[in-house]
Design a protein. Structure first.
Length: 340
């Protein structure tokens, strides 16, 4: 039985991307990445990194140092209980300064060479696999290889699809959401055996034209055999004698709507997550909240002064005055926040 895999870009997918990494000490795991990879591993997927490393062709890093960088990545993941099954990279680039690496390559994304090589080396079923990355090159490579694709939200710049590039099957803000998408897809494909595909009818009756008297005579006076019911491959029924001239009404299978409903729910959750995760911090809103709290304290102070035995009316008026001033300040900051 063939394996299934999650193909992962390296930079901005598993580790931070400060530019061209040329030192193992620069390797830093993204928050939540080890836990997400561990969850994907638990679902039965191989974890395969496929990464463009044109820094080798540009003379920024050597293949020896690149090997040390990848060993550091595996070490950091191992400390979190996660192991990668294999790492593929492409050191070539047509504009490289190192003659050995100055060429085009089928391994360089958006070409699918690395994914196809992994499929051969590890007996991977690409149709059951996923490509996850943060650029259109990742998505195009996965689509060309026949994988389903998920694009991560860009962390350093806005991601836009290139003209003519295939759109990702799904979008996610991080690897944690990638896990949720893949889990949801796995649940949807696990349908009960009694449910037939929508495109196949539950039962089909083969109809034949009636035999005319002249035709019966030409066949030696034999009556035609009764019609046999054609059963779906997914149905199991006891063997019965078909009765002549009996018809069974045609009942198409119901169109499943569970997948559509869950997809809509997922879209709404993603919108809420993006809004909550990437909402801007507002200094004006913070100051307004502090001012509103001070208004409450001033009002309490005025009540305390009013109920004291000495009846300190001057302090009451001062507290109320401060409360009014702070309330106006809070309203001003709320209006400033709303007008942004």
């Amino acid at each position: 039985m063939a394996n299934k895999a999650i193909f992962l870009d390296r930079d901005n997918t598993i580790i931070e991307d400060p530019g061209y990494i040329n030192n193992p000490d620069q390797v830093k795991l993204l928050e939540g990445a080890p836990e997400a990879l561990n969850s994907l591993k638990a679902l039965g997927y191989k974890l395969v990194v496929v990464s463009n490393q044109s820094g080798v062709a540009r003379g920024i890093v050597t293949e020896e140092v690149l090997g040390q960088i990848h060993k550091r990545l595996e070490q950091l993941l191992a400390e979190k209980g996660v192991s990668l099954d294999r790492i593929y990279y492409c050191p070539y680039h047509i504009d490289g300064v190192i003659p050995k690496y100055r060429k085009d390559s089928d391994w360089r994304k958006p070409n699918p060479g690395m994914l196809l090589a992994a499929s051969r080396d590890m007996d991977i079923d690409l149709k059951e696999s996923w490509m996850v990355g943060d650029t259109t090159n990742d998505i195009e490579a996965g689509a060309k290889a026949g994988c389903r694709t998920i694009m991560l939200a860009g962390r350093t710049h806005e991601q836009k699809l290139q003209p003519g590039a295939p759109a990702p099957d799904y979008r996610a803000v991080n690897l944690k959401e990638v896990v949720n998408i893949i889990k949801m897809k796995a649940r949807l494909v696990q349908k009960p055996a009694s449910v037939l595909p929508a495109e196949q009818p539950a039962q089909a009756i083969e109809e034949k034209p009636p035999v005319l008297p002249d035709e019966r005579a030409s066949r030696g006076g034999q009556e035609p055999a009764p019609q046999q019911q054609v059963m779906s491959q997914q149905q199991v029924v006891p063997s019965q004698q078909a009765e002549p001239e009996q018809t069974i009404p045609f009942q198409p299978a119901e169109q499943p709507t569970t997948e559509r409903l869950l997809s809509n729910i997922l879209d709404q959750i993603k919108k809420m997550q993006r809004h909550n995760m990437f909402g801007e911090f507002s200094v004006t809103q913070l100051i307004a909240g502090i001012a509103q709290g001070l208004v409450f304290l001033c009002l309490l102070a005025s009540i305390w002064f009013l109920m004291s035995p000495t009846k300190q009316f001057n302090q009451v008026l001062i507290s109320i005055g401060f409360a009014i001033l702070l309330q106006l300040m809070a309203l001003t900051f709320y209006v400033m926040r709303g007008s942004r």
